[in-house]
Write a protein that binds this ligand. Structure first.
Ligand SMILES: [Zn+2]
Length: 418
């Protein structure tokens, strides 16, 4: 074989092995509805019993062609998300003020890239599943793209925007804070890869579903990514995708009888179906309406809502104020308010142990025990401020196991099911 052929083959192989761990994501398209809703939901007061909640993440926006006034509104929306998300990694957004977006579209948003669990990114809870860049970085505690953007937001410059931050509904105007809160949620991972063609439904990129996809289930609680029931592609999948009866399978039993209902209209709306909550279930002006598919004129909603926050938590985000996490002041953290999170449970291949942020570095240890109390694996680290550690249990038989987690001086025993 000639030398140059070997080099070309080598380069091709390199390209393939690179693309298996990360690739560009597909953005979500969000449409407007000109009907005025005249509803106002102000931002949550970021105050808990122990004080005002601090920003627990950092979002940096690079503005392309933005008027100064719009930047101020954008920063206000970003500051709201910074108080819900917990991440040590800066989320970099490339925001474009575009005059060429179709007139019925408010915005398009997506992660720049998606990442799969691999030797270099071992902290992603589910194997063979794509994670959006901001979440992959939050879970791994690493900058995965050399300070490149994690998210792109393209806003339609021709919309009659209301730029105020005072949560006042204005006739005929679209509240930019509401739209930005909605858009950023897509970039954080509220985004499905499910689609349909003439005869079949299908999902995934390069053989893997998006992390959002793996929680979508039908009215019989069968996951659409259950390949024993739904082929990919298949006509059965298409039938479900336009069934108007799809749900996000939150594991928290508090939501067992009230799972978030997704937008699954017939015909399928490309770029819009499933990456939203159902419009008729979560009507304008109600608590969980932020992620409905069409933002209306004079619709103001500056609060993500419990269902959205729980969905983001389920795909892997640590959320301030949710499930025991309350960070009030990053410089002076009251330790008793923290909980170590163990997720997902039941476990498929990897179980994650998320150690909450503390200002003082501490020693942590995780022991994986069988049901006789015998240690099967141990992981120890010193000097941890905040970290999510992933334990691979893919080689274990199905059954009951225990995690013994030491966080500084505190010990937690957690039963897990494989
Ligand atoms: Zn949307």
């Amino acid at each position: 074989m000639p030398y140059f052929v070997i080099i070309i083959l080598f380069l091709c192989f390199q390209q393939v092995s690179f693309s298996q761990d990360s690739m560009p994501a597909v953005p979500v398209v969000c449409y407007l509805s000109e009907q005025n809703s005249f509803t106002e939901i102000p931002a949550q007061e970021f105050i808990s019993a122990s004080g005002r909640l601090a920003a627990t993440s950092n979002i940096e926006v690079t503005y392309i062609d933005f008027p100064e006034q719009v930047k101020t509104s954008f920063e206000y929306a970003v500051a709201i998300w910074e108080r819900y998300l917990i991440s040590t990694q800066t989320i970099r957004i490339k925001a474009t003020w575009s005059k060429t977006v179709v007139s019925t579209v408010l915005a398009e948003t997506g992660a720049t890239r998606i990442y799969r669990n691999s030797a270099s990114i071992p902290n992603l809870p589910y194997a063979n599943v794509w994670y959006p860049a901001p979440l992959a970085e939050a879970l791994s505690g690493k900058d995965l793209n050399s300070a490149d953007f994690e998210m792109t937001v393209t806003l339609n410059a021709n919309i009659n925007w209301y730029l105020g931050t005072d949560a006042k509904a204005q006739a005929g105007k679209f509240d930019i804070i509401t739209v930005l809160l909605h858009e950023i949620a897509h970039g954080l991972g509220f985004s499905s890869s499910m689609s349909v063609n003439d005869t079949q439904g299908l999902y995934g990129q390069s053989g893997s579903a998006y992390v959002f996809d793996i929680f979508i289930q039908d009215s019989k609680k069968v996951k659409l990514t259950n390949s024993g029931v739904y082929g990919n592609p298949s006509t059965d999948l298409k039938t479900s995708l336009i069934s108007n009866a799809l749900y996000f399978g939150l594991k928290n039993p508090a939501f067992a009888n009230n799972l978030p209902r997704l937008y699954a209209p017939s015909p399928f709306k490309s770029g819009s179906s499933f990456s939203h909550f159902d419009e008729s279930t979560y009507t304008v002006g109600t608590a969980n309406s932020l992620m409905s598919p069409s933002v209306r004129a004079a619709e103001v909603n500056h609060t993500p809502g419990d269902l959205l926050l729980n969905c983001l938590n389920e795909i892997g985000w640590q959320i301030n104020g949710l499930n025991g996490y309350i960070v009030t002041d990053v410089e002076n953290i009251p330790e008793q308010t923290f909980e170590v999170l163990v997720f997902p449970n039941p476990v498929e291949d990897r179980v994650n142990v998320a150690f909450p942020l503390q200002t003082q570095p501490r020693a942590i240890k995780i022991d994986l025990l069988n049901n006789q109390g015998k240690a099967l694996q141990s992981i120890e680290k010193q000097g941890v401020k905040v970290e999510t550690i992933s334990v691979d249990i893919s080689s274990l038989n199905e059954g009951i196991y225990f995690l013994r987690v030491l966080d500084g001086q505190k010990v937690l025993i957690k039963k897990i099911v494989r």
